[in-house]
Design a protein around this ligand. Structure first.
Ligand code: NAP
Ligand code: SF4
Length: 675
């Protein structure tokens, strides 16, 4: 059994002791805005029961102008305080500790009322901010103090003052956004005055026995960002002003360098936090792409920080810390850093949840209660839909048999995991394997199931997935044409010049697979930093490498095509689509929309443009890869129906359009909850 001595060591803050070195970092879930305080309380209480040392809430606005969007949650009234008390009471009863994040969005606030150091509009917001005058600045300070005092009244153990990610306080720190020439602008001492003054006044208002975390941007990743000397100067000043802990922020939201996506190497930024170690005497927390106990233990053991922050891993598994402590780390449902159900939902105005764990933020609605009537259940198909049904049903006490014609579990996940930058899918498949064994699910692989084999079960679940769509292009049966399954699963040889038909998630995945030569920058921090132009903030402002991005040459010349005339990749994930587009651009992939596929022959792919089929063009390639979507594999479901055997059809077998693991797992888990 692996032990985690650094991760599980208590942390003495003087007036209070945290039971371990794991912080659940702030996440905006959308729960507070539902005003269902029982639901909010249950979300945090589940994580408190799961053993985490300290949690930070989603950002609470200190005032209306600082809210991320109009109506953003904050502690504005006596009712707000009473409601938050429901949360803190439930967390404390569960043995946890919780701090409230105070988030002032500044010019990132999605509102014409937004304010900042200067009237410099953000590239990611339509609203130019109003530059604050002296009275305005004093009001903002007072509002931070009031929020801190109210947080204490509401029973919180502390606050986190959000000073990173390009939000309000960050906007004062750098000349990129602070053009002032009064005592709040100009020299660095002036530019950091606001952050320091807020910490000082908050500390004075609440006394010594209250946690104040300051979230400090260690590397801004924007032009004219802070230097590391300035980072250290600020850290020393906020410590002197009364901060109890310094937490790490990485990159402004407007930065064009990925910071938390799955293609970012694990613990990619802990080296920066390490540079601050020894410069202050209060604990320092490191963050970003830390998603397993081993990674957390390693960053602490190598002196990168005193504590680790993980946020999304607590959506994937509320019991992360308990399982770590109990020798069950292999049973932790892994966060694969996909953003699909968390950040993509947040930015799409939907409730946050988790692809791997659809119960996250739905704790009060989607319960997996032990069954009072155990049944025999056959699940056909061991992809994400079938796996999640099988595991959730077995957890409830049903007797489950799982069948797949393939000789391994995972279905389409096995193709995702070979794509460079999607290595986290390995962990997800491994977790499913562990859980199947742990729950004594009878797994039958390499096994072709017919309708007659399914007679006699109490419930039959068909999760047979999808088949590639027949695109009907003349010449598609030629020797130079392959499907994405041939490429990703069967590893058939592909020439040096490739055309990809279809630019959905899989077309992009295949393009990323083909431009690499078998290596993955996600597994090589130095290569990844060079590829995106991440430098050392001690050498260049904001940590943008002086020589810019230096991507390695593509392994193949790839052309990616679609019939729609819209921008390629437009429908990819809200928070990750830009990364995929930028990656392919760096690898000189030509992206062409609005095409007709005329034919394929030995010379390559013949296309034309628009309804009039104009401007015929030959794309000279050695190989054409078809990534044109899928249709449902329903043959078994149809055979069962013909025999009158009732069954539940889920995942791609149910509906192939826009199928992804998120929908498959959600549907499977909800079905299991109802059986
Ligand atoms: P998809 O997203 O539906 O894309 C299919 C592509 O094929 C589209 O570009 C479509 O564009 C093209 N197409 C459709 N019918 C065609 C036809 N008859 N002839 C030629 N081209 C045709 O499907 P997918 O790429 O296979 O992905 C399947 C699912 O997995 C999707 O929901 C996807 O989001 C998900 N996925 C997600 C990720 C991720 O990173 N989140 C990664 C992989 C897959 P035109 O119709 O414009 O030609
Ligand atoms: Fe992690 Fe993806 Fe779940 Fe978000 S949706 S918590 S990134 S696994």
């Amino acid at each position: 059994m692996t032990t985690y001595p650094h991760l599980l060591a208590p942390l003495d803050l003087g007036h209070t002791i945290l039971k371990n070195r794991v912080l659940m970092g702030s996440m905006h879930t959308g729960l507070e805005e539902t005003k269902d305080w029982n639901r909010v309380a249950e979300f945090y209480a589940a994580r408190a029961r799961g053993g985490v040392g300290l949690m930070v809430t989603g950002g609470m606005a200190p005032n209306r102008e600082g809210g991320v969007f109009p109506g953003a949650a904050g502690l504005f009234t006596a009712d707000d305080i009473a409601n938050h008390t429901i949360v803190t009471d439930r967390v404390h009863a569960a043995g946890g500790k919780i701090a409230m994040q105070i988030l002032h969005a500044g010019r990132y606030a999605y509102s014409p009322e937004c304010v900042s150091a200067s009237a410099v509009k953000s590239p990611i917001s339509p609203f130019p901010p109003k530059a604050l005058d002296e009275d305005g600045i004093q009001k903002q300070i007072a509002d931070f103090v009031t929020a801190t005092v109210r947080a204490r009244e509401a029973g919180y153990d502390g606050v986190e003052i959000m000073g990173s990610e390009g939000y309000f306080l960050n906007q004062f720190l750098v000349t990129h956004t602070n053009k002032r020439d009064d005592e709040w602008g100009g020299s660095y001492e002036n530019r950091m005055r606001l952050a320091v003054e807020i910490v000082r006044q908050c500390r004075a208002a609440v006394g010594g026995d209250f946690i104040i975390i300051y979230r400090l941007s260690m590397i801004d990743l924007v032009p004219d960002g802070s230097t590391f000397d300035e980072v250290v100067q600020l850290a020393v000043a906020v410590e002197a002003a009364g901060a109890s802990i310094i937490n790490t922020g990485i990159g402004w939201h407007e930065a064009r360098i990925p910071t938390i996506a799955t293609s970012v190497p694990r613990a990619a930024f802990s080296w920066i936090t390490k540079k601050l170690m020894g410069k202050v005497s209060i604990p320092i927390i490191t963050s970003n792409r830390i998603n397993t106990p081993d990674v957390g233990e390693d960053v602490l053991a190598t002196g990168c920080a005193d504590m680790v922050s993980m946020a999304r891993p607590f959506l994937a598994d509320a019991e992360f810390v308990n399982k770590t402590a109990n020798g069950q780390a292999d049973k932790i449902a892994p966060c694969i850093a996909c953003n699909q159900a968390c950040l993509d939902h947040t930015f799409g105005g939907k409730m946050t949840t988790c692809l791997v764990n659809p119960r996250a933020c739905f704790e009060t609605e989607l319960a997996l209660e032990p069954t009072t009537k155990p049944k025999t259940i056959a699940v056909v198909g061991a992809g994400p839909a079938g796996l999640s049904t099988a595991i959730a049903a077995a957890e409830r006490g049903h007797q489950v048999s799982l069948f797949d014609r393939a000789d391994q579990i995972g279905g389409q996940l096995n193709m995702a995991r070979v794509v460079p930058g999607k290595e986290e899918f390995h962990g997800l498949v491994e977790w499913y394997r562990t859980m199947l064994a742990d729950l004594d699910i009878a797994v039958h692989l390499g096994c072709e199931i017919a309708a007659d084999d399914l007679d006699g079960y109490d419930e039959v679940v068909i999760a047979t997935g999808v088949l590639p769509r027949d695109v009907g292009i003349s010449g598609q049966d030629g020797p130079n044409v392959v499907s994405y399954i041939d490429v990703l699963r069967h590893k058939v040889p592909v020439g040096k010049r490739v055309a990809i038909v279809g630019a959905g998630g899989i077309g992009f995945d295949v393009a990323e697979f083909l431009v690499e030569d078998g290596s993955s920058p996600a597994l090589d921090l130095a290569a990844w930093k060079a590829e995106w132009g991440v430098g050392d903030p001690s050498l260049t402002r904001g940590g943008l490498a002086e020589q810019g991005a230096q991507p390695a040459a593509p392994a193949r010349q790839v052309t990616l095509l679609q019939r729609k005339s819209e921008r390629l990749g437009k429908r990819l994930g809200k928070t990750t689509g830009w990364i995929h587009r930028a990656t392919l651009k760096m690898k000189q992939v030509e992206m062409i929309g609005g095409v007709n596929y005329e034919r394929i022959d030995a010379d390559g792919l013949h296309i034309s443009y628009g309804e009039a089929r104009e401007n015929p063009r030959l794309i000279e390639v050695d190989t054409v890869v078809l990534c044109a979507g899928q249709v449902s594999e329903r043959s078994l479901a149809d055979a069962l129906e013909a025999k009158g055997i009732p069954c539940h059809v889920i995942g791609g077998a149910d509906f192939a359009g826009e199928l992804d693991a998120k929908r498959a797992i959600d549907q499977g888990t909800r079905l299991a909850a109802s059986l």
